[in-house]
Write a protein that binds this ligand. Structure first.
Ligand SMILES: NC(=O)c1ccc[n+]([C@@H]2O[C@H](COP(=O)([O-])OP(=O)(O)OC[C@H]3O[C@@H](n4cnc5c(N)ncnc54)[C@H](O)[C@@H]3O)[C@@H](O)[C@H]2O)c1
Length: 389
């Protein structure tokens, strides 16, 4: 194969951006093979931009057409796993939008199908290309912070208006979307959080539904986690704060990292705190440390970078920046956060998927949903989907 023939399912807000990116020749070794959407207006849009690209209203038909060898899934979250499994079982490579699905149980089924298929399976965690988060990860993974003590991420610059929540009939309901800020905006940060700090072993959370908007799912959440080594973490997110904050701080026995305003400050102790704690004979200590500052306004190659990497993985076996199977990690944290809120208790991982599925299904059957015929708006690609400090 010398060129990946990509089919895109879901030509809405982000799907149109991918459609224009690949159709515009921005990904070497990849071209548009076909597109698919259930909304005729979206197919008309595609026809207007690239009239020669075949259009389908059903994913199965697009798969069977033989016009594509890979599919990019950019439909509402609850359809991700089922569509990805259908494509993988038909022998296609899959790149899915985040989150991997709305349920860990579905993500497990998808990961198993991907494993069986032997195909390339990636996920659109575009923030993994951010140089500043990559540097933070490098420091932590190379032991530069010693033993992890604490992580605190305040990520509240995902502001959304009521108009945004009213703009799509699948948004912000348990039945349509399956969750709120933790499932829509924060997956990027939850992924980076676990990518840098690792997975926690226990999750306790407060997820406040309709705190700032007229919606039935959460638009404000605080998660407290315990890590296996004894460290702890706090993750705060909201779509109600303006101007909002994006501040990540990680502390270990060898120092700390803060990331804010496009600046990473790494303070590295000359002596590990665990040694000082035992050896120092005074009750306090003025630490000596080196300071490294890494400052950039480069948000990384973002969506284009993940698409190019997906093409390179198929054509040349390049290692994926965001393997699809890793999508389950951040989803585990958000599912556990919901379960903690619903049951008012801490959730030890691995959690009981069946309890989560049952409680989500109850909410879905009680969900007010939204009336059909609501005006559906599709915003074009915007920088707000990249890292913003
Ligand atoms: N990586 C990112 O930065 C990023 C940014 C935005 C959205 N997303 C993700 O992309 C997904 C879509 O979000 P959006 O904002 O583009 O939504 P959207 O509502 O704008 O678009 C969804 C599209 O899917 C189509 N669709 C729905 N069901 C379908 C079906 N069964 N078959 C074919 N087409 C179908 C709809 O008609 C619509 O055109 C979500 O999962 C979201 O989390 C990711």
């Amino acid at each position: 194969m010398d060129c990946v023939r990509l089919g895109i399912v879901g030509i809405g807000g982000i799907g149109s951006a991918h459609f224009n990116c690949v159709g515009g020749g921005k990904i070497s070794g990849m071209r548009l093979g076909a597109v698919c959407d259930i909304d005729p207006a979206r197919l008309e849009y595609c026809k207007g931009v690239y009239p020669d690209v075949p259009r389908f209203s059903d994913l199965g038909d697009m798969i069977k057409s033989g016009l594509i060898d890979s599919v990019l899934i950019s439909v509402p979250h609850r359809l991700h796993a089922q569509m990805a499994i259908e494509a993988l079982e038909a022998g296609l490579n899959v790149l899915t939008e985040k989150p991997e699905d709305i349920r860990v149980s579905a993500a497990k089924r998808l990961n198993a199908a991907a494993e069986r298929s032997g195909r390339v399976f990636g996920i659109m965690f575009n923030q993994r290309t951010s140089p500043i988060y990559r540097r933070a990860r490098e420091i932590v993974k190379s032991g530069g912070l010693g033993e992890l003590k604490r992580s605190v991420w305040i990520i509240t610059n995902w502001y959304r208006t009521q108009h945004y929540y009213d703009s799509g009939d699948w948004r912000a309901t348990w039945s349509g979307e399956g969750g709120g800020v933790l499932l829509n905006q924060a997956p990027h940060n939850l992924d980076i959080w676990q990518w840098i700090c690792g997975m926690p072993e226990e999750v306790t959370a407060f997820c406040r539904a309709g705190q700032w908007h007229n919606i039935e799912v959460e638009d404000d959440a605080t998660i407290y986690v315990k890590y296996p080594g004894g460290g702890s973490g706090v993750f705060i997110t909201s779509t109600g704060d303006l101007p909002g904050t994006n501040r990540l701080e990680i502390t270990g026995s060898l120092g700390s990292i803060t990331v804010e305003q496009g600046k990473l400050i790494y303070k590295k102790l000359k002596t590990d705190e665990r040694i000082i704690r035992e050896a120092e004979k005074r009750p306090w200590f003025e630490p000596e440390f080196d300071v490294e500052i890494f400052e950039t306004d480069d948000a990384g190659t973002a969506h284009t970078g993940i698409l190019q990497n997906f093409a390179n993985a198929i054509l040349y076996g390049e290692e994926l920046i965001a393997p699809g199977a890793e999508g389950i990690n951040e989803l585990t944290i958000s599912n556990a956060a919901y379960l903690s809120e619903w049951t008012k208790r801490s959730v030890v991982l691995p959690m009981d998927d069946s309890e989560f599925d049952r409680l989500l299904s109850e909410r879905q059957s009680d969900s007010a949903g939204k009336s059909g015929g609501m005006q559906q708006t599709h915003e074009g690609y915007s920088e707000r989907w990249n890292v913003r400090f």
